[in-house]
Design a protein around this ligand. Structure first.
Ligand SMILES: Nc1ncnc2c1ncn2[C@@H]1O[C@H](COP(=O)(O)OP(=O)(O)OP(=O)(O)O)[C@@H](O)[C@H]1O
Ligand SMILES: [Mg+2]
Length: 449
């Protein structure tokens, strides 16, 4: 391919260079060099066009045309199905099941007669087909197409020919635009590749899913601009040792970003879990100290999870604090409040806290259950098996209110619990469950044990 000698341009002064540098040698500005083709594209996206100013009241709405994928947990997170013309970026650790999830989604769409193309830059067509056959019920439809390719131009030609309504690009980091000199996965390639797929999705009304690799700390690898130009960003998470997988929206232009999808990884692919609470509580010990059930809220539904704590003597050494599934700084705060406000001498103890089943809970309403589990283990007094707890804990030892109280109580009652320890502000009468409102952590400990 013929290459131009000046392929990088400084956005500040316009000077051209044959290779990328961190600093422009002409105007001394930092990080201003972009690839020539990239610059043209950026100009095209943001530049002047045939737009005009209009009154909002006079503009017809762009109704988002949705097609349910048939994978209900995915549809829930998307806000009711895949949007034709919408672009979804799905990130997740290696091996978590991104390809599996999206193959199942495409198969669901193809079954509805929505022509679907799976483009793999990581696996051969044979490998992709083998996965599809292993998944229960997948690979029956003639509308499910596969292409093993990582050249963007070739993929665009294939899109012109096969005209799919749904597309998976697995993964965006392996795709390469020939117009750029840099290797696949570099910042300018990612920008170009994503921009071309977004343009294409909007123009032809294709429901597009881009798989994105993640960095060590879980962020999608590549420039932040990737997350800005797509409509929806989903994070697929799971723990290596557990079959549980959760799908969360980090951003969603077409729906709520608070919904969570729950799956179980099986040899036949991802199985939807319609009652996650049942799964989380399946193996809980009854009347064991250190085990407390928390009613958490995830999007429009409530999940019951078991919080386990083990408190032991540190034997004179520096005490260890280990937690999985909850935030460690939150645990440190709760331990300090337990010590100072509830008189529990835990500062010299080893403390381990775990959310059973591999779930991860981010909301502060989990505080009360963590505190009760630690207190229960420390005092060696079990919390009754029919009790759930929720509420945020403040530094003064107060139990603070939280959102979606009714949903939490309803889920607890549905799962057979008889009593709920809640913030006083949340204490409402419920026919199905006895609600015990508490103001302080000490009151909560008294009520629970
Ligand atoms: N034959 C099999 N039987 C049972 N489970 C399997 C089988 N093959 C793969 N799996 C499961 O599927 C997972 C891989 O799923 P998948 O390839 O969809 O992940 P991924 O997120 O796309 O990974 P990558 O980042 O490598 O592309 C494996 O970790 C394993 O749990
Ligand atoms: Mg994969």
């Amino acid at each position: 391919m013929a290459k131009t000698s000046t392929s990088f341009v400084c956005q500040a002064c316009g000077a051209a260079f044959p290779r990328w540098m961190g600093r422009c040698t002409s105007c001394s500005a930092w990080n201003t060099l972009v690839e020539e083709a990239d610059r043209k594209r950026l100009g095209k996206l943001a530049g002047p066009g045939a737009s005009k100013v209009q009154a909002i009241s006079e503009i017809a709405e762009d109704g988002a045309a949705r097609v349910p994928t048939g994978v209900n947990e995915l549809d829930r997170v998307l806000g009711g199905g895949a949007v034709l013309g919408g672009v979804v970026l799905v990130g997740g650790d290696p091996g978590v099941g991104k390809s599996t999830l999206l193959m199942q989604a495409l198969a669901g769409l193809a079954d509805k007669g929505c022509r679907a193309l799976y483009v793999s830059g990581e696996e051969s067509a044979g490998q992709t087909a083998a996965r599809a056959r292993r998944l229960a019920g997948v690979a029956r439809s003639k509308d499910l197409l596969v292409l093993a390719e990582n050249d963007l131009d070739a993929i665009e030609r294939a899109l012109d020919e096969s005209k799919p309504r749904a597309l998976v690009v697995d993964s965006v980091q392996t795709m390469r635009a020939q117009s750029m000199e840099s290797a696949a996965g570099t910042v300018s390639q990612l920008r170009e590749v994503a921009a071309r797929f977004v343009e294409r999705a909007k123009r032809d009304g294709i429901a597009t899913f881009l798989v994105g690799h993640v960095t060590k700390d879980g962020a999608i690898a590549g420039p932040k601009v990737l997350e800005h130009i797509v409509d929806t960003v989903l994070a697929f998470e799971g723990d290596r040792g557990h079959s549980l997988r959760t799908l969360r929206a980090q951003k969603n232009r077409f729906g709520s970003a608070t919904e969570v999808g729950v799956f179980e990884m099986t040899s036949e692919g991802l199985r939807e879990v319609d009652s996650p609470s049942k799964l989380f509580l399946a193996e809980r010990p009854i009347n064991a100290s250190g085990s407390v059930i928390a009613a958490t809220s995830e999007g429009s539904r409530s999940l019951l999870v078991e919080i386990q704590a083990l408190v032991g003597s540190a034997g004179g050494g520096s005490p260890r604090r280990t937690c999985t599934g909850v935030d460690s700084s939150r645990l440190a705060m709760i331990l300090a409040v337990l010590e100072r406000k509830a008189g529990l001498a835990v500062s010299t103890c080893d403390v381990f806290v775990n959310v059973a089943g591999g779930a991860r809970i981010d909301e502060p309403a989990i505080d009360l259950a963590i505190a009760l589990a630690v207190a229960s283990s420390h005092l060696e007094r079990p919390v009754a098996a029919d009790v759930v707890a929720f509420g945020e804990i403040g530094l003064a030892g107060e139990v603070r209110g939280c959102a979606r109280v009714a949903a939490r109580l309803a889920e607890a009652a549905a799962m057979g619990f008889r009593r709920a320890i809640t913030p006083a502000s949340a204490a409402s009468s419920s026919a199905d469950i006895e609600v015990i409102g508490v103001r302080t952590l000490s009151e909560a400990i008294d009520a629970a044990m």
